[in-house]
Design a protein around this ligand. Structure first.
Ligand code: MIG
Length: 666
């Protein structure tokens, strides 16, 4: 590598946008400590992009463990090591960084498209255990007038953590409850785990055993591991028959009214295996009664800690790939991918014209065609808000457009300021879900003081107002292989823009500069060119628009403000807000444009529910604003006939900072 080369990529991983200086690994791991010393998270996204004298993309299609030493052992040497030699390497050249990403994305296929309601705010917690607690959360949203589209059901909705069951004591009439919630405007999103409980009489267990759908040990017997329900079998998702069988099981919940799922623990996470546990017991037996010196004691401790997700376990079971026994360890990174593929394939064949919400914890490049991802068990740490900012563009490079982090942080206790700042960034991520772990402090938007509730209401109303823009940009990116979220360097090639890691380009018109530090009421922002600054407080109160000059600007950002930068000759589109996506009035939009010369925006929309858009049924409204003189602008619109928009409230800011407002009817 040249001294100043930048290495982008690796999708979901720790570290910065520029990965240089560290050692990374792809081995999907269930690790809830996303600390800087880690080398791997839940995903294996073996794509890197080098920005040096030459720009080049590299994709390593390899299902096992692979290491990326990006200037760690030697600062100027990039070295990639797969454990075995069976690897396909793709070298992608192009005119610039974005072009290389587009070529890569065109090769790996179009990104998953969720239903439009999945762009609304979603609330989760491990767990809202029963129908009463879910109703209470829903009522709290409406009482506080905070928009929300979905509430999550974590593992406790199941009977003894058995996939595809509903605990009847907690949900006496589930289909009815789902309907009631939908009438109130909320979708319920249940979790599905990879491991299936080993229990006589449990249909999933029995059918799987009868048909050899589970992974087997070296003797060909169904492999037994343990997760939430205690002992489980792991469906062999590499086997197409297993996929079809398991995928079709989602229909049981769909028939009860469910329209979205999250697939968890599919690295797969294994708490322990019988062998692993036995080895640990033996060790304890051996040393019982001894006077343990420091090394024997540490050894004992690490034996206990390494019972979970152990390499020995991953090496001890097999998949059936076209009749051949393949060791799990060698294809580990394909497991969660194929679980999510199973669900997606089944949705497409059983409900071909309906879109479902589907996202996964584990993933591999290519899974982006079947579902999105969330970034797993982060913590309520400011550092993890920062990490989530840096991860977003890397996820977009590998096609995971529908993604997001647990807003507010999953583990540890959050506070009002962190939830506020995290939400203020989260509103730009397609998947916007507040989620928290068992035993942590409540962090729903109404869980703090009334001032915080007010701020979060405004913030989330603003998210809903942004949905026409977010959806339009998302859909265009998914079609063309563009990135919905980009680092600055993908558009601005000056040396400072190439190094900025805490500002992002969101869609075609916006740059964001989130606050991600505690007790902070402002920050430096690098502007590669003059931009229009709008400090959003209440979104429907468009005031204080001013031009921020290129260069470094220190921007004051009060706790209730979101600084937004609109690029020159670009247009931001805003809709109305509503209590959920369905309630948004779609015949009127507001635009804010920063026009020096001429700006055009192509607003995409579709029914948000079906796959008709693939057959060309979507609406397009092209808005062009061109300058006649300093005071006069032409606004022209052109539609493909399907746009419902009748009225545009415009705010045009000239390069001298004058704001011209008015209404244009179509
Ligand atoms: O071992 O289902 O990442 O979102 O709340 C924890 C309980 C299992 C991990 C997921 C998290 C979820 C939790 N699960």
């Amino acid at each position: 590598m040249g001294k100043r080369d930048i290495v982008y990529g690796l999708g979901e991983n720790v570290g910065g946008i520029n990965k240089r200086g560290s050692l990374y690994e792809s081995f999907c791991s269930d690790d809830f400590d996303h600390t800087p010393d880690k080398s791997s998270l839940y995903a294996a996204h073996n794509f890197i992009l080098i920005d040096g004298d030459k720009q080049i993309g590299l994709f390593f299609d390899y299902p096992g463990k692979i290491a990326f030493d990006i200037g760690y052992t030697h600062k100027d040497i990039l070295s990639i090591t797969s454990e075995k030699s069976n690897i396909d390497i793709y070298i992608i050249e192009g005119d610039n960084l974005l072009h290389i990403v587009q070529k890569f994305r065109n090769a790996i296929g179009q990104s998953y498209v969720p239903p439009k309601w999945a762009f609304g705010f979603q609330q989760s917690r491990w767990s809202y255990p029963n129908d009463k607690s879910i109703t209470e959360v829903a009522d709290n949203f409406r009482r506080n007038k905070i928009p929300c589209d979905a509430i999550y059901m974590d593992i406790d909705y199941m009977e003894d953590y058995k996939n595809f069951t509903i605990d009847k004591t907690k949900f006496p009439n589930f289909p009815n409850f789902v309907k009631e919630m939908k009438n109130k405007g909320f979708r319920l999103v249940p979790i599905i785990d990879a491991g299936c409980k080993k229990e006589d009489g449990y249909d999933i267990c029995e059918e799987g055993l009868e048909n050899n759908y589970y992974c087997v040990d070296k003797n060909g017997k169904p492999f037994v591991g343990a997760v939430w329900p205690g002992k489980v079998h792991f469906p062999d998702f590499l086997n197409p028959d297993t996929r079809e069988w398991f995928g079709d099981k989602y229909s049981g919940l769909i028939e009860q009214g469910i329209e979205g799922f999250w697939n968890d623990m599919n690295e797969p996470a294994i708490f322990y295996s019988e062998d692993g546990l036995q080895k640990a017991f033996d060790k304890i037996e051996d040393i019982k009664g001894q006077n343990l010196d420091i090394y024997s004691f540490f050894d004992l401790k690490s034996t206990m800690l390494s019972i979970s997700n152990s390499m020995d376990d991953y090496k001890s079971f097999y998949h059936n790939v076209d009749g051949e026994m393949v060791n799990h360890y060698d294809v580990h990174n394909l497991y969660g991918y194929n679980m999510t593929r199973a669900a997606s394939d089944s949705f497409s064949s059983n409900y071909p014209d309906k879109r479902f919400l589907l996202f996964s914890r584990a993933s591999y490049v290519g899974m982006h065609r079947y579902g999105g991802i969330w970034t797993g068990d982060n913590k309520s740490w400011w550092e993890h808000l920062e990490l989530s900012i840096k991860m977003m563009p890397s996820l977009n490079m590998v096609g995971f457009l529908y993604s997001g982090a647990d807003v507010g942080g999953f583990g540890c206790n959050s506070n009002s300021e962190l939830v506020t700042r995290w939400t203020q960034f989260g509103i730009f991520t397609p998947l916007l879900r507040n989620h928290a772990a068992l035993g942590t402090r409540l962090q729903e938007p109404f869980s703090f003081d009334s001032e915080t509730t007010d701020i979060l209401r405004n913030t989330l109303n603003f998210r809903y107002a942004l949905i026409p823009y977010i959806y339009s940009e998302f859909m265009k990116s998914s079609k063309t292989g563009d990135m919905y979220i980009k680092p600055l360097s993908f558009e601005y090639r000056d040396e400072i823009s190439r190094r900025v890691e805490d500002q992002l380009l969101v869609g075609d018109s916006l740059m964001v500069a989130p606050i991600y530090k505690a007790n902070t009421f402002g920050r430096n922002v690098w502007l590669p060119e003059d931009m229009l600054l709008w400090k959003v407080n209440k979104y429907n109160n468009i005031e204080g628009l001013k031009i921020a000059p290129s260069g470094f600007n220190y921007i004051d950002v009060d706790i209730d403000e979101i600084p937004l930068f609109i690029k020159r000759d670009r247009i931001l589109i805003l809709g109305e807000h509503g209590e959920n996506v369905a309630a948004i009035n779609s015949d009127e939009i507001t635009l804010i444009a920063f026009v020096d010369n001429c700006a055009t925006y192509k607003l995409y929309d579709d029914d948000g529910e079906t796959n008709q858009y693939k057959a060309g049924i979507f609406s397009e409204l092209i808005i062009t604003i061109s300058k006649r003189d300093d005071e006069l602008f032409n606004i022209e619109t052109k539609t493909n006939g399907l746009s419902k928009i009748k009225k545009i409230n415009y705010n045009i800011v000239t390069n001298k900072g004058r704001v011209l407002s008015g209404i244009k009817t179509i």
